[in-house]
Design a binder for this molecule. Structure first.
Ligand SMILES: [Zn+2]
Length: 430
């Protein structure tokens, strides 16, 4: 294994130091480090060094929709975005609701070698919302599943949600909820408001998200388990989570990069690349989720990377699939929305995109400070450059990025997974 000496990086955007990586670990940090023979030196002057990013919410589409993404292509996109670990959502075909399927996804990730893949198990059989899946068997499997979600659909039955929360306590699991009251969102196509009326598209009201979050926080408090709220998107949701945390109730929450930057106005183009679930909301909602992420009410950024092939997106709005890709642009969007606006420091970005998602998902090798003895999961990022997003340059199998043509700051220069570079000079190493 090649050793790497990274010189002059700004550790978490702060002090300038060298990092010596060998045998999969950070073996030393400091200045003027002496490197053993055969070490490759990387001049990182001006670059920010962060712990490898962890995405708690990725759709890898395999098994079943290998035309949209595979574990191989999705983890390549993750590496290019600075991620060293991704949690793969369970809405595959077959659904990841058994030990067999989660072990298959886990093995595919291990064999690809671009990022550690932590499969998420479905909460209910077939994600149908009627019967609990084999949560214990998935937890005991080689994949050691700790996060369970029916994402794409809400576990709307309160009694079933309660049972799921109770069940995962046995192995310290967490239920990650896609908060969407189904009766309030039947046929929903975009955020409900004046604009949905003008455009003639059925609205997805904020209250459909907020009602489930409030209910689940109370259910979770009642059983004393772990609840994680997926892709929170409204001002009201931020206020509910903030009030719960003030009361000392256990809940964690995530926001996507696109909800930190984009608004419902984009729907006026009728371009389905902007169709996503939960929908893009209003300017006031964007301001509220930014504030919530800054003050720690929202724990983490998670991409909800949702690749779709052209035929599922290149059609009229109402027929198009929900979802956007996001792994390769996440850090740039967070820089633009949160760092360049002085809402977050780089150390706080490391907290929201590495330490905390790793802690919520119990990814032990990830989310560690950049100190001697830690696994060498490291991303080197250049915040000084600007780039225009070109979908064709993506290494994902799908092209449905809402940032097409936008100029965003920053670029991932290198990603190390346990000491092995998956990205160098901005390109995949293999
Ligand atoms: Zn979802």
């Amino acid at each position: 294994m090649t050793a790497y000496l990274i010189t002059g990086a700004r550790i978490l955007g702060g002090e300038v130091a060298d990092l010596l990586i060998d045998n999969g670990e950070i073996v030393a940090t400091g200045t003027n480090l002496q490197a053993p023979d055969g070490t490759t030196t990387i001049d990182a002057a001006g670059l920010v060094a962060l712990p490898g990013l962890v995405d708690l919410h990725t759709h890898l589409r395999e098994p079943g929709r290998e035309d949209a993404e595979t574990v191989f292509t999705g983890t390549r996109a993750a590496a290019k975005g600075g991620f060293t670990a991704v949690f793969a959502m369970a809405n595959t075909d077959p659904v990841a609701d058994t030990a067999g399927v989660v072990e298959q996804v886990w093995r595919l990730g291990r064999d690809a070698g671009y990022a550690d893949v932590y499969p998420i198990g479905a909460v209910t059989v077939g994600r149908k919302g009627t019967q609990l899946a084999e949560l214990g068997a998935m937890a005991d499997s080689a994949a050691r599943v700790r996060v369970f979600s029916d994402d794409g659909d809400c576990v709307w039955d309160a009694a079933l949600m309660r049972r799921a929360l109770e069940y995962v306590k046995a192995f310290d699991g967490v239920i990650a909820q896609h908060a969407q009251e189904p009766r309030l969102t039947q046929g929903a196509q975009m955020n409900e408001g004046a604009l949905s009326g003008v455009l003639g598209l059925t609205g997805w009201p904020s209250v459909a998200e907020e009602a489930i979050i409030a209910r689940d926080i109370l259910l979770n408090a009642h059983v004393g388990s772990k609840l994680h709220v997926c892709h929170l998107s409204t001002k009201g949701s931020v206020e509910i989570v903030r009030a719960a945390k003030r009361r000392g109730l256990e809940v964690t929450a995530e926001v996507t990069p696109h909800h930190l930057l984009l608004t419902e106005d984009l729907a006026a183009s009728y371009n389905p690349v902007y169709k996503v679930n939960p929908p893009l909301r209003t300017k006031a909602d964007v301001e509220a989720v930014r504030e919530g992420l800054a003050d720690g009410t929202i724990d983490i950024v998670a991409t909800d990377h949702a690749p779709h092939p052209v035929e599922d997106k290149d059609c009229e709005w109402s027929a198009a699939a929900f979802g956007m890709t996001g792994l390769e642009t996440a850090l740039s969007v967070v820089q633009h929305a949160m760092v360049d606006t002085k809402l977050l420091t780089w150390a706080e970005v490391a907290d929201r995109m590495s330490y905390r998602p790793a802690a919520i998902g119990q990814a032990a090798d990830h989310g560690q400070p950049l100190v001697a003895g830690a696994p060498a999961n490291v991303v080197l990022y250049d915040p000084r450059v600007e780039r225009t997003v070109v979908p064709e340059e993506s290494v994902s199998l799908s092209r449905n990025t809402p940032f097409d043509g936008m100029t965003l700051p920053g670029k991932v220069v290198a990603t190390f997974l346990r000491g092995t570079p998956t990205v160098l000079d901005g390109e995949l190493t293999r």
